[in-house]
Design a protein around this ligand. Structure first.
Ligand code: NAP
Length: 249
């Protein structure tokens, strides 16, 4: 039996990497899927890849009006929402002495404020009993030089799941967090560098992971499926870490 039969699932940042793999799996499991992101062209091709009538809508999570508009449009097209994966995110790295206010504001607006207001603006469009899953990171509780702001935004996301759950349980809405380790997606190359340099960084990161490899988007998607479905119905305000053993170090 399919695990998300007839459920409406929304995935922010669903046109790339982890979000796209999750959208593909959710559609295979019977969900009616909507994905969001900023890039119209990749949203269109991702929706075709997902198939099953998936829709892709442009929405920037750092713009509150844009968030409200996307939930209005999705629920008009697909109905009320059962699963919300709040996954859109960016990284930005620089030594503390060089990190600019612009970098700080951008990463906070997308990774922290964007998550907070995505959940807030979704509320009128969620069914009671819905499952919300926030994408944090295994870096949410380790110190990693040059990634201070990124790690802090992801720690904030971990925190939001606890508080949101307290408030939303009166509607039987569960909020949990999935924290991936290093996953082989375009994310790891978005801060620049040649193809060779990016592969070098990936190889180095892999060597530091107990499993000696990066994770795949498909492995993370399986975690989202668990948190989205009734299989995790006793899990509330909690965290699933899929990191190849990094937190055992
Ligand atoms: P990715 O391939 O770069 O995907 C990021 C997604 O976020 C894209 O779909 C992007 O779409 C969307 N996005 C970024 N800014 C946005 C904005 N302002 N509004 C709407 N959408 C926005 O990276 P990924 O690895 O799949 O990352 C997904 C999530 O996993 C992120 O939250 C990331 O922090 C987290 N994560 C990743 C790793 C990893 O190693 N890959 C590890 C831990 C956690 P557009 O470009 O179209 O806006």
């Amino acid at each position: 039996m399919k695990k998300l039969e007839n459920k409406v699932a929304v995935i922010t940042g669903g046109n790339s990497g982890i979000g796209l793999a999750t959208a593909v799996l959710f559609a295979q499991q019977g969900a009616k899927v909507a994905i969001t992101g900023r890039n119209q062209a990749t949203l269109k091709s991702a929706a075709e890849t997902i198939g099953q009538g998936a829709i892709g809508i442009v929405s920037d999570v750092s713009d509150l009006n844009s968030i409200t508009a996307v939930f209005e449009e999705i629920s008009a097209k697909l109905g009320k929402i059962d699963v919300l994966v709040v996954n859109a995110g960016v990284s930005s790295a620089a030594p503390l002495a060089d990190f600019t206010e612009e970098q700080f504001d951008n990463i906070s607006d997308i990774n922290f404020k964007g998550v907070f207001f995505t959940v807030q603006r979704a509320l009128p469009y969620l069914n009671d009993g819905a499952s919300i899953v926030l994408t944090s990171s295994a870096m949410n509780e380790v110190g990693y030089g040059t990634y201070a702001a990124y790690s802090a935004t992801k720690a904030a996301v971990r925190s939001l799941a606890r508080s949101f759950s307290q408030e939303l349980l009166e509607r039987q809405i569960r909020v949990n967090v999935l924290s991936p380790g290093a996953i082989d997606t375009p994310f790891l190359g978005r801060n620049g560098g040649s193809k060779e340099e990016i592969e070098g960084v990936k190889g180095y990161i892999a060597s530091t992971i107990p499993l000696k490899r990066l994770g795949t988007s498909e492995e993370i998607a399986e975690g989202f499926l668990y948190l989205a479905s009734d299989a995790s119905k006793y899990m509330v305000g909690s965290e699933l870490v899929l990191d190849g053993g990094v937190k055992t170090l």
